[in-house]
Each structure stands twice: as structure tokens, then as C-alpha cells.
Design a protein around this ligand. Sequence first.
Ligand code: HSE
Length: 442
Amino acid sequence: MTTASTDPINIGLVGLGTVGAGTVNVLRRNQVEISRRAGREIRIRSAAVRDLKVPRDCVVDDLTLTSNPFDVTDDPEISLVVELVGGCHIAKEVVLRSLQQGKHVVTANKALIALHGNDIFQAAHERGLMVAFEAAVAGGISIIKVIREGLSGNRIDRIVGIINGTSNYILTLMLEEQYSFESALQEAQRKGFAETDPSFDVDGIDAGHKLAILAAIGFGIPLQFDRVHVEGISNVTLDDIQYAAELGYRIKHLGIAQRTPAGAELRTHACLTPVNALLANVSGEMNAILIEGDAVGPTLHYGAGAGAEPTASSVVADIVDVVRALTTDPGNRVPHLAFQPSALTELPLVPILEVDSANYLRLQVIDQPGVLADITRILGEMEISIEAIVQKGASQDGEAVPVIITTHRTLEQQIVDASMRIEALETVVAPITRIRIYPDGA
Ligand code: HSE
């Protein structure tokens, strides 16, 4: 029997921004509780930062600060490197170098895991090292642990989540306070939820990275961000939010990974979600992820998806996990992607044009006789069944008015083709806004 050491363990941080400072603060504040859990004291020995002169949101007096990340990765006294720089370039070098130096890694970097995780895990596997990444998805929610460990008896059928706090915050402020998109985004940036490049949030890329990770560990497939269909919230207007509310829906940005008879669908986009659905009631920067397993049924996991200390909560939990597992046989650890590396399989991924969903359409049409007849004729010819149709307001002088149509489920290809035909009508004066409806009790 191997006896675990009770000597203090040294860790090093690379990056001391919002999450890095949060990690230092949580480790310091809860030091006693954390040591009781880990079985040994966890000491931060050093931290690498880009600019030594920048003030930090944590006490750094007793840390060695360096501007060279390799001072941390190559320090023989350090057993575990915590990568919190974000982005892929330096972060990938830091992680691979740490592994080459025989060090375990904890990272909060979803882009890095989604884009380079397959190589990183291979490198870690070859050396018997751990790369923990709980904080990469949904900040403080322990969703990786839930899927990898808590639900390991299930076949996971569906993962649907609000996994970008910034988008959820923006949509919430637009709904509840009639904020413009831009003001809501600024507010999210001020609060520290948004990515350095906020297009990652509002264009769905951040959610796409997280979805690729969730799908991999849920379905036992390799990470494949390039095959996630990614859309954001930039086409959603205040009017859409209002019209959706009148129809009994809230607009949410969802990440969806689900098995269908044709394979797996992996997509992120805005969705009209029924107001009484649990996910529709997740507001502000909060995240929530619904997971359906064949044995457990639906489960819902809710919490802060961003911010210094919620994210630090997951980073520290990973540090504790790694410290506890240091002396375990690498072959008996929880696999990085939940399934044994040799057991990962390819699952056919359903192209977006073959996805089947109900739709909300907002058209801008000239208010004159026969317009709706033309539109409904095209939908009928394309075998798209209308659920509801409403004209918003009336115009006396032939000006354009909004018309809202909701459809029953239809193949994406059909609604795309029908939209093109409708947009070609002279009476339709602007591109159609189309938002999918998520009807399945999410
Ligand atoms: N920008 C991300 C979000 C931060 O808004 O959810 C956490 O990944």
C-alpha cells in the first residue's frame, strides 16, 4: 500500500488576472478547510504575470512573482501548474511544457481544451499526468465531475445548457430592463464576465468551446469544436424579446448536444424557450445545464458560470482532486474525457441543415392585401406547417409592418429554402429574422 505524503505541496500559477486572483484569495481564505480535505497543505510558491507592475486583486507579498511563465513550469519544487492566462498561444506552450517537466496541470481554459485537448490529454496520458479542467465549463458548477463521475452509469442522451453567462446577462437585461444590446454588454464587461474579446461571448464561440467539451465527456467522442454549429445572439432584437414574451417564450442562448437516430447534434444558438421551462428562468449571468441520462432521467445543475471566486471554486476543487490523486496509479484515475482513451468513438454528427426544429420568424412586410397569402403559400408548398401567425400593428399607407410566424418542426434545409423564397417577394422588405424554438421541456 502506498501512503500519501502529508508534506506541503507547492503549486505555481501562470496568470494572476480575475480568476488567478480569485484562486489566491480562495486558497488563502479557506486554507485550513482545504488542507483538511486534501490531506496536506497547498502552498502557492510562485505566479507568472504578464506585467509585474499591474496591481493585483489579491495579496502577493509572500509569492514570488515573475514575468517568465517558464520560471513556474520549470521550477523543480513545483508539482502542479495552474494555467490561468486564457487564449491558446502561450497557454498551450505553458501546459505542454509543464507536462514535459512532469507536472500536473489545472486549467480554466475552455478554448485550449476544446481546440487542443486531444493532444494535451494524449501528452498527459503518455506521462501518467493529470490535466484537470472543471473551471473550463460553467465556472462554479461542477458539471465535469457530475458527467464524468456522478453519471457514469448512464448513457447520456442530451445536454442542454445556458453556458455563456455574458449572453444570458445581456438577454436578461434586455428583457427585464429594456437595455440595449450594447449597454448590457458593457455592463457584463464591467462585472468581469465577458471574454477579452467579447465576440467570443456574443457570437456563441465561448459556448461552442464548452459544448464541445461537454459532448466529448457525455458521449465518449473526441473533442471536435470545428464540428459544432455556432451562432450567437447578435441577431436578437428588443422587439424579438418582446414578441417572444407575448407568445409565452423567453429567448435564451443554448448549447445543445443531443443524440438522435441520425447521430449527435452539436449546436449553440438563441432559442425561444417556453416561460415555464426551467432553463427559461435562469437569469442574469447564471448558468444552468440540463443533462438527461437513460437511468437518472433529467437533472439540472445551476450556478454562477463566471466571475472570480465561482471560477476559483472549481479551480481549487481541481487542485484538491489532483493533490489527492498524486499517488494513485495513473491507469486507475478518472480518464480526462470520462471514457478510457482507447474507448473514445466517433459518432456521426448531424449537419445543421438536417436538424429538425420549430421556428420563430419575424418578417417586415408591406401591409397590403395578398401579402400573407403569398407567404403562407410558400410555406405550404415547402411543407412547413404554421403554428401561429400575427401581424404587429397596421399601416394605413402601405408601410412595412412586422409579421411574426411560428412553425411546427421542420427540417432546417426546408426553412432556409422557404425563407429565401419569401425574402425574394417584393412585399418583404428586410431579411427574415429566424430563431429556433426549443420545445422539448428544457
Ligand atoms: N465569458 C464567459 C461567460 C466566462 O460569459 O460565460 C466564463 O467562461
